[in-house]
Structure formats: C-alpha cells, structure tokens
Design a protein around this ligand. Structure first.
Ligand SMILES: C[S@@+](CC[C@H](N)C(=O)[O-])C[C@H]1O[C@@H](n2cnc3c(N)ncnc32)[C@H](O)[C@@H]1O
Length: 286
C-alpha cells in the first residue's frame, strides 16, 4: 500500500520525484511520435504517466523499486491481462546488457531518474530498436543534448544526438509539478532518430575534443594526437585552428575522426608526461 504522504514515501536513492500534474502528463502524450509502436517506460513510479500511456499504446515498463512494482502490478492488473502492459522489475541498466532493451522496435517515453538519465539516453541512442526518445530530465541535460553548433551548451552529447537524428527541447517543467519537488528545473527532451550508431572510439574521440571545452579544439586534440596530424587535418578541412569545440559542426567532427582515429594515444596525458620525464632522465644519465 502506498503511503499517503508521497514526499516521505519517495526514495531519494532511486531519484523518485513523482510528476503530479495532469497538464504536463498530457503534453508528454501529445509530443509522442504518431504511430502504433510499442512504448518502453523507464521508472513508471506510481503509474500516473503509465495510466495515460496504456490508453494509447502497448507499454513495457521497467521499475527498480520493489514497493512500486507491487503497487503497479495491482494497479495495472487489467491492462496486463489484456496485453497492453508488461512490468519488468529490476535495474533497467542491467536489462540493456545485450544492447537492446526490447526485442522489437519501440519509443522510449519516461520521466527519468535524474541520477542515471544521461547514461540511459546514451544507451537508447545506441539501441537499434529504439526509434525515438521522449524523456523528462534536468533542464541542463536536455539543453546539452539539444544544443546546436555555436551554442555555448554544444557538447559531446549534442554531437552524439545530432549524429543519429534531431534533438529538441519540447517544454520546461517547474519543480512544483513534482512530489517531492526536485532542486532543479526540468525539461522534456525529444530525440527523433533516423539511424543508430554505436562506436565507442568516436565517443572516446569526442571526450578528447571536449576535454577542456573553453580551450581551442586543436589544442585539445594535440594532447592525444600527433601535432602534425592535427595541423594537417585542420588544413585539409580548411578549419581555423582557433575554433573552440562548441563552434564546430557535427559533420566536421566525423571528418576529423575519420582522418585521425587510428592515431589516438590511448594513454592518459599524465601517463604520457611521466613516460616523457623518465625518457629525459635516461638521456641525462647517458
Ligand atoms: C523521477 S521518478 C518518475 C516516476 C514516474 N514516472 C512519474 O513520472 O511520476 C523515477 C522512477 O525511476 C525509478 N528508477 C530509478 N532507478 C531505476 C533503475 N535503475 N531502473 C529502473 N527504474 C529506476 C524510480 O524508482 C522511480 O519510480
């Protein structure tokens, strides 16, 4: 039985902030892609969004909290019996180990637990069965995924989303719409995918490119790639070596990656420095 006082019932460790505002719940439903595909919902919680979802789609929901699983099993007995609803209890990140959350095409629709929201979105971007992502997240996270080249918020996450589709922020949601209210403003992010890419080396390349976001991109790359190669690739692409990482288009990142990917120094800069230092000491000894 769910406690009447939701604020004290909510478990912080699972990022539980329940959306208790029908206007926003309906806005989420209206923002969903208009087809008959199955919906995967992560963290149905008390089931307020789920109730609306099962009216229009078949839903498979993933919930980690055993207390909520019990509540949801009772609440959605009829929908489960009719085949509109299936509940899978446990940590959703473990369900993704095979790379696919469901074994059929689906849309991800959820008010995500914020402590793992970025991780979940990255997994969904790489999941070839996932056709679109419509999720409530912390506003800063939504802005990072949806930013365009030139925006201050343009980041490695923006490049990854931009590489497989179109990302946009649908609307913002104030803390008071939740019980208990989170400390941050939230936003609903939509990523409509038109392809799927799963390339860990490209992600590693972006981590290098955005390692120091306010420094020059060429400087960041020279920390892990041969200087001559960086200079030559910039000149081939007719790129200004003074550009900052957020000023460069997604397509250019792919060109840079293709030209440079086989030359990444996998060692962390610290390891490289200590290797160089010991080489110098050896030289001085001889
Ligand atoms: C922000 S609440 C959203 C609840 C509900 N969807 C709503 O809108 O009110 C996040 C939900 O995700 C669940 N959750 C947290 N970590 C999870 C995990 N690793 N796997 C599956 N569910 C998780 C929480 O228990 C909680 O129900």
């Amino acid at each position: 039985m769910i406690h009447e006082d939701l604020a004290s019932f909510a478990d912080k460790k699972f990022g539980q902030n329940f959306l208790k505002n029908n206007t926003y719940i309906h806005k989420i439903i209206q923002s969903m892609p208009d087809d008959g595909l199955k919906v995967a919902e992560i963290g149905p919680g008390l089931g307020d969004l789920t109730k609306e979802l099962v009216k229009v789609r078949n839903v498979t929901a993933f919930e980690v909290d055993k207390r909520l699983c019990e509540h949801l099993s009772n609440e959605f007995k009829e929908a489960t019996h009719d085949g509109h609803f299936e509940l899978r209890c446990g940590d959703v990140l473990e369900r993704w180990e095979s790379g696919k959350l469901l074994d059929e095409p689906y849309h991800l629709v959820a008010n995500l637990p914020y402590y793992i929201a970025t991780n979940i979105i990255l997994k969904a971007l790489k999941d070839e069965h996932c056709q679109s992502i419509l999720v409530m997240v912390q506003k800063e996270v939504a802005d990072k995924f949806a930013a365009k080249a030139g925006d201050k918020a343009f980041s490695a996450l923006s490049v990854l989303a931009d590489s497989v589709g179109k990302a946009s922020v649908c609307f913002e949601v104030e803390p008071e719409a939740f019980v208990p209210p989170p400390k941050v403003t939230s936003a609903v992010l939509l990523i409509e995918k038109n392809e799927t890419k799963d390339d860990e080396r490209f992600e590693a390349f972006l981590r290098v490119a955005f390692a120091q976001p306010r420094k020059k991109l060429s400087k960041n790359l020279m920390a892990r790639f041969p200087k001559e190669l960086v200079a030559e690739t910039f000149s081939q692409q007719e790129l200004d070596s003074n550009l900052r990482p957020h000023e460069v288009e997604t397509s250019i990142y792919h060109h840079l990656y293709n030209a440079m990917k086989d030359n990444l120094d996998e060692r962390e800069p610290k390891q490289r420095r200590s290797k160089a230092r010991s080489a110098n000491t050896e030289k001085q000894k001889t």
